[in-house]
Write a protein that binds this ligand. Structure first.
Ligand SMILES: [Zn+2]
Length: 805
C-alpha cells in the first residue's frame, strides 16, 4: 500500500469513527503541552535511526517468533477452541507480551510499511478476537482452564474473575497493554479489528467494576494509561472515569510493593515495585492533565522530587533492589546488584515526558534524556536481539544479555518503545515550539494552526553542535524554546544527588541566520521570540567537555569514587579495553587528565575516553599494593556487554579504601574451582570480597538456587600440594524474600593421592548467619579440598567466600 493512500485511509477512517462518537473531548481537556507525534518526525541521524531500523528488522520479528515458539500465541488458539491442550506458558501475564509487540509493530509500520507484517498482525488479532469470551472477557489462562474443568488455572488467579487482581492475577494488567496496542494498531492502520476487541473488553470492565460493584484495584498498574488512550480515541468519558476509579480505590490498606499502602493522591515518595510505580505515576499524570486535578498533580510532582533526589542511579536507572524489583530506602544505590529494570527505565521516560507536558520545565527532559541514553539503551544489545532485565552499574562478569526471558516484559517493552523515540524530540503549546532532544531529523509540525517544516542537524551524542532550520508555510511569529540540558549548565542531575567536580559551563551562544541572538532563559529553555521566515537558521553549540562526577556522600556505594560523563552519556570501564581485563581494582588518579576521541571502528563507531590509573593488589597480609600506572579507557555505559561478559564499572575508585584490589595469591585464589553446578558466579567464592552480612547484594556471590533438599559441592584443585589446617565459609541468605537460606550442614574432604578423606574438625561444623563459619583441624597434606553442603528441604543456599589456609 502506498503511503499517501495509507494516510488518506487513516484520516478517512478517523473521520468516520469520530462522527460516530458524539462525545469528543474538548480540545483543551488534555496536557497543556502536546508532543509532536513520532509519525511527524523522520530521523536522519546515525545514532538512533539505525537502532530504530534494527528494532523493526530484528527485535520485533524475533519477539514475535518467541511468542510463537513459547506458546504465547498458541494460548490464544487454545482459548478460542481452535487448538487443544493446556496453558502453554509460565505466567498469566504472558498475553501482555503479544499485545506489547503488536503495539511496537504498529508504531514500526508507520515508519517502515511492511504488508507482510501488517497481514501477520491481522492473523494475530483474529486469534485474539476468537479467544475473547462472548461477554468481552479476555484472559487466556482462565478460558483455557475452564475448558479443563478449572484445572490449570494459575495459582495467582481465583475461581472468580477479577477477585485476585489486586494480588497477582494480572487480568487488568493484560488488558491495559491490550488497550494501548489497540489504539496504536488503529492509528497505524485505520483498522478497527483490535480496537473493537479492546472496547468490548473495556465495556465489560466498566460493567463489572465500580463503587457499587467490584472494587478490586489493579495489582500491576497500566490499565489506567490504556483506558485514557481509549478515552482519547473514542471521546467516551466512561473510560476516563474508569481510569480514575482504578486510581482512587487504591490504598490505603494494601502493600507498598504495588503502591497500595497509601492513597495515590497522598503519596509523596517513590516506593515499591518500580515498573508498577512509574506506570501508576504516568496514569496519574494523565488524570491530572485531563481532569485538571491539582491533588494528582501535587502528588506526582512530589514523588518525582523524591525519586531524583535520593533514588536514581547516575545512569537514570531506578529500582535498587531485586527483592521487590523496586525502590529501596533513600541513598541505597548499590552498583553491582542495581536492579534498574529496563521496563522501569521505559516507565520513567513515560513519567518524565508527562511531567514535562504538564509543567513545561526542562528538568524533566534532563532526566528523560539521561535515562534514554544510558539505562534504557543498555537494555538492548547493538545487534538488537539480546536484552538486559536488570542493568547494573558494575559487573564481575556474571551479567550477560539474554535472547528472551520466561518473564519477557523487558524485550517486549523495548520492541514497543524504540519506534516511538522520535516523538520525544518536539512539543508544542500555543505559540511555543519546544526543542527537547537533539537528534538529526526532518519534521512537519502544526503550530498555532500553521504548518512548520523543521530540520535539525546534530551529531549527538558525540558532539554538541546543533543547526535548526525552520520553514513555516508563511512568515510566522512564535517562540522557539530550546532546552539547555542540565549537563551544559553544571547540573549532573536535578536535585543534586550527583555533581560535577568542575564547573565547565558557559553561556551558550545562539546565532540566528549567523547573528548572535539575545535570549531569555525560562524553566530551562532558551526562548527565541521572533517572526520566523522560511529558511531561517538557528545555530548553537553545547559545550561537551568530559565531566568528572561524584555523588552525594550519603550514597555509600559511590564513596571515594568518580564517574565520567560527556554530554548525556555516562561512561564505564569495561574489560576488553583495559589491561588484564580488570577494572574494579583500578584507582583513578585525581589529577590525571581525561581526553575523548571518536573511534570509528569500535562497536560501529563511538566516542571513547582515555585517562590513567593504577591497578591494585591485595597482599597475603591483607595490605593493598599499588601497581604500575597504566592507561584506562572508557566507553559509553549503554554499549557495555556487547563483546562478551567480564568486568565493568561506572564508578571507579579514587582511594585504596574503596577499591576492589586484585585478590591476594591465596591457596583458594590460585586453585582451579570445580562444582556440582557450574555458573558464571563461581569465581566469587575466591575473590576475597567480604560481605556486610549474609544478605549483602552489593558484591558477587555463588548460589545453588533453585536446587534444594540435596547435597551439593565445590572443590578447589590446588596449584601444588599444600598443608592445610583451617577453612572458613561465609554463607549467603536472602530470606525472607529470596530463595536461599543457611544450609542444614556442611563438611570438608581432602584429596591425597587418589583418595578423598573426610576432614575431622576440632569443633563440630556449625552454620551461622552474618559471620564467618570456621573450622580448625589437624594439618593434612592435600592436592584438593572439597566442601559438601546439604541444602535445606525447602530452600537453596549460597556463599560469598570459601577460604582454605
Ligand atoms: Zn521488564
Amino acid at each position: 500500500m502506498d503511503c499517501q493512500f495509507r494516510a488518506l485511509l487513516i484520516v478517512s477512517s478517523l473521520l468516520v469513527f469520530s462522527s460516530a462518537c458524539s462525545k469528543k473531548p474538548a480540545a483543551s481537556a488534555d496536557y497543556p503541552i502536546q508532543p509532536v507525534p513520532f509519525t511527524s518526525v523522520k530521523l536522519t541521524d546515525s545514532f538512533w535511526a539505525p537502532r530504530i531500523q534494527r528494532n523493526a528488522s530484528v527485535t520485533i520479528p524475533i519477539a514475535f517468533s518467541y511468542c510463537e515458539s513459547t506458546g504465547r500465541v498458541k494460548n490464544f488458539d487454545i482459548a478460542a477452541g481452535r487448538d487443544t491442550g493446556k496453558f502453554q506458558t509460565i505466567f498469566p501475564f504472558d498475553d501482555s507480551d503479544v499485545y506489547k509487540i503488536i503495539e511496537g509493530a504498529s508504531y514500526s509500520l508507520q515508519t517502515f510499511p511492511d504488508p507482510k507484517l501488517e497481514s501477520y498482525l491481522d492473523t494475530l488479532i483474529y486469534k485474539i478476537g476468537k479467544a475473547q469470551e462472548p461477554d468481552g472477557y479476555l484472559y487466556t489462562n482462565r478460558t483455557i482452564a475452564e475448558k479443563h474443568g478449572g484445572k490449570g488455572l494459575h495459582e495467582w488467579a481465583s475461581v472468580n474473575r477479577w477477585e485476585m487482581d489486586s494480588v497477582l492475577s494480572h487480568e487488568l494488567y493484560n488488558l491495559g497493554h491490550l488497550y494501548e496496542a489497540a489504539v496504536a494498531h488503529y492509528q497505524a492502520t485505520g483498522k478497527r479489528t483490535l480496537l473493537d476487541i479492546a472496547l468490548k473488553s473495556a465495556d465489560l470492565v466498566n460493567k463489572d467494576f465500580g463503587y457499587d460493584r467490584e472494587k478490586v484495584y489493579p495489582g500491576h498498574q497500566v490499565i489506567e494509561m490504556g483506558l485514557v488512550k481509549l478515552y482519547r480515541v473514542t471521546g467516551e468519558k466512561k473510560y476516563l472515569n474508569l481510569a480514575k476509579f482504578f486510581l482512587d480505590i487504591r490504598g490505603p490498606k494494601g502493600q507498598a510493593y504495588n503502591q497500595a499502602n497509601i492513597k495515590p493522591v497522598n503519596q509523596t515518595e517513590a516506593e515499591g515495585h518500580s515498573v508498577r510505580a512509574t506506570y501508576m505515576y504516568s496514569g496519574m499524570a494523565d488524570i491530572a492533565a485531563i481532569e485538571n486535578d491539582p491533588a494528582y498533580l501535587n502528588a506526582i510532582t512530589k514523588i518525582w522530587e523524591d525519586l531524583v533526589r535520593d533514588k536514581m542511579y547516575l545512569t537514570g536507572g531506578i529500582g535498587a533492589s531485586s527483592g521487590n524489583e523496586g525502590f529501596a530506602e533513600p541513598y541505597y544505590l548499590p552498583n553491582m546488584s542495581a536492579y534498574c529494570e529496563t521496563c522501569a527505565s521505559i516507565g520513567d521516560i513515560f513519567f518524565n515526558e508527562r511531567l514535562f507536558l504538564l509543567h513545561g520545565e526542562a528538568k524533566y527532559i534532563d532526566v528523560l534524556e539521561k535515562t534514554l541514553y544510558n539505562s534504557m539503551l543498555s537494555g538492548v544489545s547493538l545487534s538488537a536481539d539480546r536484552f538486559f532485565y536488570p542493568n547494573p552499574l558494575e559487573s564481575n562478569g556474571q551479567h550477560q544479555r539474554q535472547a528472551w526471558f520466561g518473564c519477557a516484559c523487558c524485550p517486549s517493552n523495548v520492541a514497543r518503545f524504540v519506534p516511538a523515540i522520535p516523538g520525544y524530540i518536539y512539543a508544542v503549546a500555543g505559540k511555543d515550539l519546544f526543542v527537547n532532544l537533539f537528534i538529526s531529523n526532518e519534521a512537519a509540525i502544526q503550530l498555532d494552526n500553521k504548518k512548520i517544516n523543521i530540520s535539525q542537524k546534530a551529531n549527538f551524542p558525540w558532539d554538541g553542535k546543533v543547526e535548526i532550520t525552520v520553514n513555516p508555510e508563511s512568515s510566522l511569529k512564535f517562540n522557539l524554546k530550546i532546552r539547555i540540558p542540565g549537563w551544559a549548565k553544571n547540573e549532573a542531575i536535578p536535585g543534586g544527588l550527583y555533581r560535577f567536580t568542575d564547573d565547565k559551563s558557559t553561556r551558550i551562544k545562539i546565532l540566528v541566520n549567523g547573528n548572535p541572538e539575545e535570549y531569555q532563559i525560562n524553566s530551562g529553555y532558551a526562548i527565541i521570540s521572533r517572526r520566523w521566515n522560511a529558511g531561517d537558521k538557528v545555530d548553537f553549540e553545547f559545550p561537551m567537555p568530559v565531566q568528572k562526577v561524584i555523588s552525594d556522600e550519603r550514597v555509600s556505594a559511590d564513596k571515594e569514587k568518580v564517574a565520567f560523563q560527556k554530554g548525556p552519556l555516562i561512561f564505564c570501564a569495561e574489560w576488553p579495553d583495559n589491561n588484564s581485563g580488570n577494572v574494579r581494582d583500578l584507582i583513578i588518579k585525581n589529577e590525571a587528565s581525561v581526553t575523548s576521541e571518536y573511534d570509528p571502528l569500535l562497536m560501529g563507531g563511538t566516542e571513547v575516553l582515555k585517562t590513567s590509573g593504577m591497578q591494585t593488589r591485595k597482599n597475603l597480609d591483607g595490605k593493598i599494593s599499588l601497581l604500575e600506572e597504566e592507561p584506562v579507557k572508557l566507553i559509553p555505559y549503554a554499549l557495555w556487554n556487547n563483546r562478551g561478559s567480564g568486568q565493568m564499572a561506572v564508578w571507579l575508585s579514587m582511594t585504596s579504601g574503596s577499591v576492589h584490589p586484585l585478590p591476594a595469591p591465596t591457596i583458594a585464589f590460585r586453585s582451579k574451582i570445580r562444582a556440582s553446578k557450574v555458573t558464571k558466579d563461581l569465581s566469587a567464592i575466591s575473590d576475597q570480597d567480604e560481605p556486610n552480612g549474609s544478605n549483602d547484594h552489593s558484591i558477587s556471590y555463588y548460589h545453588w538456587w533453585p536446587d534444594k533438599d540435596k547435597w551439593v559441592w565445590l572443590e578447589y584443585d590446588f596449584e601444588k600440594t599444600e598443608t592445610i589446617s583451617k577453612s572458613s565459609v561465609y554463607w549467603f541468605d536472602d530470606g525472607p524474600d529470596g530463595g536461599c537460606r543457611l544450609p542444614d550442614t556442611w563438611e570438608l574432604l581432602y584429596l591425597n593421592g587418589n583418595v578423598w578423606t573426610r576432614i575431622i574438625p576440632k569443633e563440630p561444623y556449625k552454620v551461622a548467619k552474618n559471620a564467618w563459619d570456621s573450622v580448625d583441624f589437624n594439618p593434612v597434606r592435600a592436592s584438593a579440598v572439597k566442601i559438601k553442603v546439604k541444602l535445606n528441604k525447602d530452600f537453596s543456599a549460597g556463599l560469598y567466600e570459601w577460604v582454605v589456609e
